[in-house]
Design a protein around this ligand. Structure first.
Ligand SMILES: Nc1ncnc2c1ncn2[C@@H]1O[C@H](COP(=O)(O)OP(=O)(O)OP(=O)(O)O)[C@@H](O)[C@H]1O
Length: 233
């Protein structure tokens, strides 16, 4: 059994004439410790899949298991614990609390986790040792995204879910953030799933999953993914 098993998942929104299948029988799997990239055009269902994997949304039908845990039949209480302890999230817009410092933003997340890591150490790992006391408004977009990655990783998650993590960043800063995510997946042995519409990111992935119209059109593994510095777009 794979670490992530996403099997024949349908997610329907709306009813009657407004009914839409955001996912329409999507199936894929990811092994433990892999960095997987989910690639697809706007509206392909990528974010819906990520939200279901993160326990923030539920499938209309199909089964989803993560590390042997069946999310499709989990109680709301189980999903709360899963979101708190097992999953780290990185979003396009960093969602930091504006009146808390970088350190306090990371500390806040660790307070609801049983096995959290040291917030200061995590901020050091993402290269922000000298910015612990800064508020989000005093940090660049790339630095704010680093804080959000430190916040996600400080939970000591088994799974890191990233939705267009470089969508709001310039080219060079975006590359640095992707390098950080690739490095973290290697050094912290965390399973990482990145959702993007940027086809160039295909080469950085251990596993590439292509989405189209709510379905997976291909899934390939890559024995030698490229470091981000060697990828141009
Ligand atoms: N809560 C919702 N209610 C109604 N429709 C929704 C909802 N969430 C998503 N959809 C629809 O489902 C489809 C898939 O959306 P989703 O956000 O998963 O795609 P995506 O591949 O992540 O796109 P993007 O790259 O633009 O974010 C879209 O047509 C979207 O409008």
């Amino acid at each position: 059994m794979s670490y992530i098993e996403f099997s024949d998942v349908v997610r329907t929104y709306g009813e009657g004439t407004t009914k839409i299948n955001a996912l329409d029988g999507a199936s894929f799997n990811v092994e433990k410790g892999e960095l997987a990239v989910i690639l697809g055009a706007s509206g392909a269902g990528k974010t819906t899949a990520l939200n279901i994997l993160g326990g923030m949304d539920s499938a209309t039908s199909g089964t989803i298991t993560v590390d042997g845990r069946d999310l499709s039949h989990a109680s709301e209480n189980d999903l709360v614990l899963y979101r708190r302890a097992d999953v780290g999230f990185v979003f396009q817009f960093y969602n930091l609390v504006p009146n808390l410092t970088a350190l306090e933003n990371v500390e806040l997340a660790t307070q609801i986790c049983p096995d959290s890591l040291d917030p200061t150490e995590m901020l050091e790992k993402v290269g922000l040792a000298d910015r612990l006391g800064n508020f989000p408004a005093q940090l660049s977009g790339g630095e704010q995204q680093r804080v959000s990655i430190a916040r996600a990783l400080a939970k000591n998650p088994k799974l890191l879910l990233c939705d267009e993590p470089t969508g709001a960043l310039d080219y060079q800063t975006g590359k640095q953030i992707l390098q950080l995510l690739q490095d973290m997946s290697r050094s912290e042995h965390v399973t990482v799933v990145i959702v993007t519409h940027n086809a160039a990111l295909a080469d950085m992935a251990d596993r590439l999953i292509r989405f189209k119209s709510g379905r997976v059109t291909s899934m390939t593994t890559n024995e030698s993914p490229l470091p981000i510095s060697e990828i141009e777009w």
